[in-house]
Write a new protein. Sequence first.
Length: 147
Amino acid sequence: MKTTVGVPLDIVGYLKGMKIKPSLIRVKVLDYLIHKRNHPTADMIFKALAGEIPTLSKTSVYNTLKSFVLAGVAQEIKIENTEVRYDVFTNVHGHFKCTVCGSVEDLKLDAYNITSDDLEGKKITEHHVYVLGFCSNCNKKKNKKNI
């Protein structure tokens, strides 16, 4: 069962349905991805969950994320090739990254049509759309300094 935005309501059942054993770490990592919506790095997830799960290691977080990506539960986001972040929403959408604070937000895409003859006979297996700029908070701060 999913909510209207594609988030599983029953995380344990969802993981089982995706053929992933719902260990405590996997459930907590998926819950974090669903509810925080901050497109975290593996290190961000580790730091956030380490206090809750005494046996948590960075390796277990990386392995969990790898299994999620392979199963289609989450996707990797590589913006500027400087870090890997994770997104539980795997539908077609873009991302906006603030070049000041580093926050990453989802972008709705009105149209995602590739009509190039160069793709004839090919199959797209990944797509990445991202833009860089100032988030609204950083833009406000920047404008205040210029006044």
